[in-house]
Design a protein around this ligand. Structure first.
Ligand code: GP0
Length: 832
């Protein structure tokens, strides 16, 4: 058979259009070839997965020419490479996105149909790579899309977890976690590069020797050496002819068998080594904030940082022998502190392994690395118990001490006699147990430190990193997060994308400021009705999925009020519930109440060890059970918990929202990115002045945003003056009625104790001020209801939201990183 793969691959060298062979007939041929040669299946016997694999391989083949050309840039001395270090990449399914970005969608669809299949079905076959927890990991994935789209040579470095974020099942209203076996049926998108592998040492101790010339040599004698193997995934830019690289590391034993043990007849002992080594990249930690002192987690972080830096040094040495110039080859961004061992590891590699002096190594380390902070929550700031750190990374602890010694000298020169400041800025915490403070390490070792929204950066400078800001204000800057309009509009919401492109052309996909041109359509009744038509179709699609997955029938005509994100007390899903309970009581009390029908949709995973978050999921489901079965509110209120919120489900959910719930306690949500996805898909936001909500409201206009609640300053003031949630409970009878209903056992089949921990928490602590914001939230929700009754006006606001959201494209974020932090030139879009 004529193998089209070879034809496509050789076309580049022949100087032909490398995407020749993407017509329907060629795609049809390529799919059949892969079914035959790669999957070894006859069409008549092929499963849906066989077809999915064959199609994916055919698509991947057609990405290779651009990819190989792009990889070549790493050798080009003129181009600085951006290296994005992240313990998480929450990519979502590849196939649809690659078809969109490469422009092969129509050909693939037609080819698949010519084979008697449907593209939709094959798209659904893909198990998404859920290699992240939530916002932080998804942000990394959006940034890869933008880097490739903007034609910036880049590598995303991370961990190839064998099991990603758990799948969430709901059993009897409770979250149940099951293993995410995403590699079960094979992964057509990755390429294992067995020859790109590095050794990573762990444990043991250090020794000091003098070599022949009398120079001090430091030797780290580990107890364990693990191998990291590169798995590469191509990341297609949007019509940019650039394909970015995601390089994930898998851990392996250096030798699969310990032959000494094997020969002695201890077969099982011989494989032990292999099992331990492979366990490093087994599973993603499912918490969005660090748990205390998990050795395996520290080992994961070190493992991927070490492999990545060794890889970068190898690439640099292909360009130049001078490691002093490493910062001209790479700009390295640390996504939170998870990769902050890079500071010590780069120093170790440069000084111990490549013979640079300390000062030269420090200069290049600092000018290469930069640090993004993603949270102000004190409990989420990573720190490692000193002993644990010492046991795993003895040499790094010495390096951290030396960095610290020199740094604290600088601090005391700048602030003579300020002992308290010295203690706060030290890389080592010594008040009650000793710890290594990773945010301090990252801050000292970076030339730039950024927050992820304007408010967050300001608060960073005033709170958690205040001392660092005072000492080196020039290092700080803000880069507000963004999301990619390719996955989050073009792919997720094709109806809306089509309507927009029909009206203003297609440039908005890479130039979203062009969306402003939609503003003049906001007064065109036929456009508004088409706009509503798109939303209604999206709502019907979501309603069908809800029925299929939960058995609950919801009315697509009702207001879809949606909160999807990780479950956390600071995000206040329980405040949303208090509103639902109040509406429930109001309707029961007054069946004639003018309240437009609403469907409340929740989704999100709770960290498996986070008791209160899991109890909140149970309460949502319990309220749903009662409300959905109550004939007195039938047709007026529905509550749904959509199980297993992930990227795939997000693509269905965001486009169907009328109202986006962004109701975190002000000052707690660093940025939020779901807020952007909703608004970009035409939902209006009800939200606090928190994270990027502030900037969204600025952009879309205050009349198109439902604002409520205390602002960050008021939150701080209330806490300072002594907050007593019980007073709000006593003084607001509707709030009391809502809480009492939960307390009474109404939602727990009479078991009054079930939700007691949650109720007590609210009444006696309420760290996140849900009760303080309740009344303001309720009043704001009434404004929402009123607005929703005027459908035409609502649609105008919806159009204006989309028209004014251009700022929140991740392309804008990446351009800012290039200018402010990476010093990488912005290249003109393709074709210029
Ligand atoms: C922040 F610190 N975020 C962390 C973390 O460990 N994990 C994580 O996902 C999130 C923030 O909560 C965020 O505000 C932000 O937008 C995102 O990081 C990306 O910056 C909500 O998603």
């Amino acid at each position: 058979a004529n193998n089209t793969v070879k034809t496509a691959a050789s076309s580049h060298t022949q100087g032909h259009d490398p995407r020749r062979g993407v017509g329907t007939a060629a795609m049809n041929r390529a799919i059949l070839d892969h079914l035959h040669f790669t999957m070894a299946r006859l069409p008549a016997l092929a499963s849906r997965n066989d077809w999915y694999m064959a199609l994916s391989h055919a698509v991947r083949d057609r990405m290779l020419d651009d990819w190989l050309a792009s990889l070549h840039h790493f050798r080009n001395k003129e181009l600085k490479v951006v290296s994005y270090l992240s313990a998480e990449f929450l990519l979502g399914p590849h196939l649809g996105n690659n078809l969109i970005n490469t422009g092969m969608w129509d050909a693939a669809r037609d080819a698949v149909e010519s084979l008697g299949l449907r593209l939709e079905d094959l798209l659904r076959q893909e198990e998404e790579p859920g290699l992240g927890n939530g916002g932080l990991g998804r942000l990394a994935a959006c940034y890869l899309d933008s880097l490739a789209t903007l034609r910036i040579p880049s590598i995303g470095y991370g961990i190839r977890y064998e099991f990603g974020i758990f799948d969430q099942l709901i059993r009897d209203g409770w979250q149940v976690e099951t293993a995410d076996k995403w590699l079960k049926f094979g992964n057509p998108w990755e390429i294992c590069r067995s020859e790109i592998a590095y050794e990573v040492k762990m444990g043991g101790h250090t020794e000091y020797h003098h070599d022949a010339d009398g120079r001090l040599a430091i030797v780290w004698l580990p107890v364990k050496v693990i191998k990291g193997v590169a798995y590469d995934t191509p990341i297609a830019g949007y019509r940019s002819r650039i394909t970015g690289l995601l390089r994930l590391w898998k851990s392996e034993a250096v030798e699969s068998f310990n032959f000494q043990a094997f020969n002695a007849g201890e077969y099982y002992h011989a494989v032990d080594e292999k099992v331990v080594s492979e366990s490093i990249t087994k599973v993603l930690y499912p918490n969005d904030e660090p748990g205390v002192g998990k050795l395996l987690r520290l080992a994961q972080q070190y493992f991927f940082v070490s492999c990545s830096l060794q890889d970068m040094i190898r690439v640099h040495l292909l360009r130049s022998p001078r490691l002093e110039e490493f910062d001209q080859t790479f700009a390295v961004q640390m996504n939170d502190t998870h990769p902050s061992l890079a500071v010590a590891e780069l120093m170790r590699l440069l000084v111990d392994e490549h013979g640079l002096g300390w000062d030269a190594a420090w200069k290049v380390t600092r000018s290469t690395l930069a640090y993004t902070n993603h949270t102000l929550l004190p409990e989420a700031l990573e720190k490692w118990p000193l002993q644990l750190f010492a046991n795993l990374l003895p040499r790094h602890l010495e390096i951290v001490y030396e960095i610290n010694r020199r740094f604290l000298d600088e601090v005391s020169r700048a602030y003579p006699g300020d002992q308290a400041r010295l203690a706060r800025m030290s890389l080592i915490e010594e008040t009650g147990g000793k710890f290594v403070r990773m945010a301090n390490l990252a801050s000292v070792g970076s030339h730039a430190i950024n927050g992820v929204a304007h408010l967050h950066t300001e608060l960073l400078k005033e709170t958690v990193l205040a001392d660092f800001y005072q000492m080196t204000p020039e290092k700080f800057c803000n880069v507000t997060n963004g999301v990619t309009p390719r996955r989050w509009v073009l792919l997720s919401n094709p109806g809306l994308a089509w309507l927009i492109s029909e009206s203003i052309g297609e440039e908005w996909v890479t130039a979203p400021e062009k969306l402003r041109e939609l503003e003049c359509f906001a007064s065109d009744p036929s456009f508004l009705s088409a706009w509503r038509g798109v939303k209604d179709a999206n709502k019907r699609a979501l309603a069908a999925a809800i029925l299929e997955r939960t058995g609950v029938a919801v009315d697509p005509e009702s207001l879809f009020d949606i909160q999807v994100k990780r479950i956390h007390e600071y995000k206040r899903q329980h405040l949303n519930l208090l509103h639902i309970l109040t509406l429930y009581h109001r309707i029961k009390r007054d069946p004639g109440a003018q309240i437009p029908p609403r469907t409340f949709i929740f989704g999100g995973k709770a960290a498996p060890g986070y008791f209160m978050a899991k109890l909140i999921i149970k309460l949502i489901n319990s309220v749903a059970e009662v409300v959905n079965a109550d004939p007195e509110v039938a047709g007026r209120l529905k509550v749904v918990f959509f199980p297993d919120f992930n990227v795939t489900n997000g693509q269905l959910i965001y486009p169907a929202a009328d109202l986006s719930e962004q109701i975190s306690t002000s000052g707690k949500e660093a940025s939020g990115t779901g807020n952007m996805k909703f608004s970009l898909n035409g939902a209006l936001t009800i939200g606090t002045l928190d994270g990027a909500n502030v900037e969204i409201r600025e952009e879309v206009g205050e009349e198109n945003f439902f604002l409520f609640g205390l602002n960050a300053t008021e939150v701080q003031a209330l806490k300072k003056s002594g907050y007593h949630p019980g007073r709000f409970y006593e003084e607001d009878w509707e709030l009391r009625e809502a809480i009492d209903a939960v307390r009474s056992g109404l939602f727990s089949h009479g078991d009054a104790g079930l939700f007691q921990p949650l109720v007590d928490h609210l009444l006696y602590d309420d760290e996140y001020l849900a009760l303080a914001d309740y009344r303001s939230y309720l009043e704001c929700q009434e404004r929402v209801s009123t607005a929703f009754r005027q459908r035409e006006l609502w649609s105008v606001k919806s159009v204006l939201n989309v028209a004014r959201m251009g700022k929140f494209s991740s392309d804008r974020s990446i351009r800012e990183y290039c200018e402010k932090i990476w010093k990488v030139p912005i290249r003109p879009p393709f074709p210029h």
